[in-house]
Design a protein around this ligand. Structure first.
Ligand code: ATP
Ligand code: MG
Length: 575
């Protein structure tokens, strides 16, 4: 099912209803505390942006209403094998880029390793956890399946003292990886698999980015996460729907340890988990695992490749954080799984860029035009507004010369009647300049059109329509061939050719990669572009929005296309 943005979705955020109720019942006093808990094992993507905007957005919104709020950034660094400092840094940059603040500093699951270890020992003492010596395969066998209950581990009834001793040995690095785990003792016959004595600690002998070699045992996410929420006084713990069943374990852990917390930590209350539907977006994939494969196999050039839905990729492509925040606002927050149409995002990006991008002339795919009536060497400097609606952008000089480029697609030899741009014997208007008439078409040996020869009409300059002059409907963009700047133009497009690349069980998603997702094109832009700085965005009139990429040098400007313009020039009233 795909979801369109409607007035309905914009208003939908069922989580706000829950928070409103909690505030009016006084469940957490005046507090609304949320958190965003990424695992630093890759770069953030647009799916994470939904969660970030939700969690940080709620804190902002309820704070504005006078409630006491915070949103913590807390890294789930419980698996040292996959986690890196590089990811920790990039995640923080991305959250700041989106415009959110997370208190003084980022928090880490590893901040709580001592406390979590004590909580695990408490579970053992309560007879609610035991050290198990089944290996991974045996554990799978004993677990049963959705139809059949599991079997109790032979180690389930070992004594509290024995488990405490073994757990300590595990911690001290005296036990081999994979030979022992600490498991919660719940119910091997539970209809919820997560309740069948889940592993809560395992042995990992790897150096950790924050704690180095201090630990040989690491808590599992499910066990750590609820306790961290508790320790940080989180009120609303929001996660995606695949964690629905895990909520039972979340609640079990906190309830079982309530007396312990009451004795050892002064807590204001306890957190509750609520699940919402993850973001899915057409023509892309939002999963670190699948994105990583694209990078490692060289289909794209890195985490910040502008074709990718990573926040680094989106940023490099030129989409502004404002657009991403608008997008997450508009799609709403529900429990029902759905896929957002790509047009939804694209339209929001266009609306965002329209008012903030100065406009210049760029010819994406050039065709040379020689104006035979124009004196060789003559240059006319035309003054033009940078933005039709906003005079604050000022003006620039666009030089008009005898040889210019127009878009290949703005000329047609065998044009249908409704084609209002250049055709043999036809007229077209160059924006801000003159009307041209096509006199001659020059082709190469292969029969391709390589040059057009035209006459210009001085009396038509600057939009003037002289009486008796043929009606000219088409207005096109152009660039002086002698004065324009050649650029490397990366025409970014959708990553996949199908809306749901994961939808075909028989085929690998990579088979659906769009080979034209980034065509590199030699384009020409008017000379004012020489002053552009890296990261600056422009509208190339009629063609789309573009950003000056960090790969640019003094000799070569490199642009990424952020987005095409939906409407063509002729249909746009403001032109
Ligand atoms: P991935 O599947 O890409 O690896 P993840 O869920 O494993 O993502 P985490 O670092 O664990 O990545 O995610 C941090 C938070 O972001 C979690 O709370 C998770 O629920 C949320 N999140 C991840 N993907 C999405 C998504 N597509 N839509 C909304 N929230 C998401
Ligand atoms: Mg995850």
């Amino acid at each position: 099912m795909t979801q369109e943005v409607t007035e309905e979705t914009k208003k939908t955020n069922f989580i706000k209803h829950i928070i409103d109720e909690d505030l009016s019942s006084g469940k957490n006093g005046n507090r609304v505390y949320t958190r965003f808990p990424p695992e630093p094992n890759g770069y953030l993507h647009i799916g994470h942006a939904k969660s970030i905007c939700l969690n940080f957005g709620l804190a902002e919104e309820y704070s504005a209403q006078g409630h006491e709020t915070k949103c913590n950034l807390r890294f789930d660094d419980t698996n040292p094998v996959k986690e890196k400092k590089e990811y920790i840094d990039s995640i923080q940059e991305d959250i700041k880029w989106l415009g959110f603040e997370y208190g003084e500093e980022a928090l880490f699951a590893s901040n709580y390793f001592d406390t979590l270890y004590e909580c695990a020992r408490e579970l053992i003492r309560l007879g609610k956890a035991y050290v198990c010596e089944l290996n991974a395969e045996q554990m799978r066998e004993y677990r049963g399946n959705l139809k059949e209950p599991g079997k109790n581990s032979p180690f389930r009834e070992r004594s509290v003292d024995e488990s405490l001793t073994l757990f300590e040995k595990m911690k001290n690095g005296e036990v081999e990886e994979g030979t022992m785990t600490l498991r919660a003792k719940i119910d091997m016959a539970s209809p919820l698999m997560v309740m069948r004595d889940p592993v809560i600690y395992r042995i990992v002998k790897a150096s950790h980015p924050m704690t180095g070699d201090k630990w040989s045992v690491y808590p599992m996410y499910d066990f750590a996460h609820c306790l961290e929420d508790m320790l940080e006084d989180i009120t609303h713990s929001l996660c995606t729907v695949e964690f629905q069943d895990n909520r039972r374990f979340y609640d079990w852990t906190l309830e079982t340890l309530t007396p312990y917390f009451e004795k050892n930590h002064s807590k204001k209350g306890r957190p509750y988990q609520t699940e919402f539907a993850p973001l899915n977006l057409e023509y892309t994939v939002v999963s670190k695992r699948y994105l990583r494969a694209l990078i490692e196999e060289g289909h794209v050039f890195g985490w910040d490749d502008p074709r990718l839905p990573t926040l680094k990729g989106i940023r490099r492509r030129g989409i502004r954080p404002e657009a991403i925040r608008n997008f997450t606002d508009q799609i709403g927050v529900t429990k029902k799984d759905s896929t957002i149409t790509l047009e939804t995002l694209e339209n929001i990006v266009r609306d965002d860029l329209g008012p903030v991008c100065p406009r210049v002339f760029g010819v994406i795919d050039p065709l040379k035009v020689v104006i035979t009536t124009w004196e060789d060497g003559h240059v006319q400097n035309i003054e033009a507004d940078y933005h039709p609606k906003d005079p604050d952008y000022g003006k620039r000089i666009v030089p008009m010369t005898r040889e210019i480029y127009i878009e290949k697609s703005d000329f047609m030899e065998d044009a249908p009647k409704k084609f209002f741009r250049l055709k043999p014997e036809g007229y077209v208007r160059l924006k801000f300049s003159y009307v041209l008439k096509c006199d001659e078409v020059i082709k190469n040996d292969q029969g391709e059109v390589i040059e057009i020869r035209c006459t210009h009409f001085p009396e038509t300059f600057g939009g003037v329509k002289p009486e008796g002059f043929p009606k000219v409907k088409g207005i096109i963009n152009w660039v002086s061939a002698s004065h324009g700047v050649e650029i490397e133009n990366r025409l970014v497009d959708r990553l996949f050719t199908v809306p749901n690349p994961m939808g075909d069980k028989e085929r690998d998603y990579k088979e659906f990669l769009n080979p034209e997702a980034m065509i590199v094109q030699k384009s020409f832009v008017e000379p004012s572009i020489r002053t552009a700085k890296i990261g600056e965005r422009y509208q190339f009139e009629r063609q789309g929005y573009f950003i000056l990429d960090q790969d640019s040098t003094k000799e070569k400007l490199v642009f990424n296309r952020i987005m095409t313009l939906k409407d063509t020039w002729a249909k746009r009233k403001d032109n």
